[in-house]
Design a protein around this ligand. Structure first.
Ligand code: SF4
Ligand code: SF4
Length: 113
């Protein structure tokens, strides 16, 4: 594990992600990212099903630009994306602790390089 993440990561539970993009906006506002850039992206997945139905899934996915809000977390604050997600899809914490919370499908543990 590199020193950059300091043993911390994000646990993402996208089961209840609504695709509202608030996490993207929170990150962009925190770091003044120009349009099209940011520490997190919300991915939309559409799976076509029989009978003209479709299964829609949203997945918040950190990018290479995510620094895990080092400045905020050093002050004891939550990362901006975590703080502003109304669906509580993300949790910040020590990787080993977060790994123990993976108890169901649709959960992803993300650790920056
Ligand atoms: S992770 Fe949260 S803030 Fe981001 S799109 Fe999903 S529900 Fe919205
Ligand atoms: S942890 Fe901070 S830098 Fe990373 S995506 Fe969330 S708001 Fe952006």
């Amino acid at each position: 594990m590199s020193k950059k993440n300091n043993g911390y990561g994000l646990l993402i539970d996208y089961e209840y992600c609504t695709g509202c993009h608030t996490c993207e906006i929170a990150c962009a506002q925190e770091y003044k990212w120009p349009a099209g850039m940011g520490g997190i992206r919300v991915i939309e997945s559409i799976q076509e099903l029989p009978n003209n139905k479709a299964y829609l899934t949203y997945i918040p996915f950190p990018t290479e630009l995510c620094i895990l809000c080092a400045g905020r977390t050093q002050k004891g604050e939550k990362p901006a994306c975590v703080q502003n997600c109304m669906a509580a899809c993300m949790e910040y914490g020590p990787v080993e602790e977060l790994a123990g919370k993976i108890t169901k499908p649709r959960m992803v543990l993300w650790v920056p390089r």
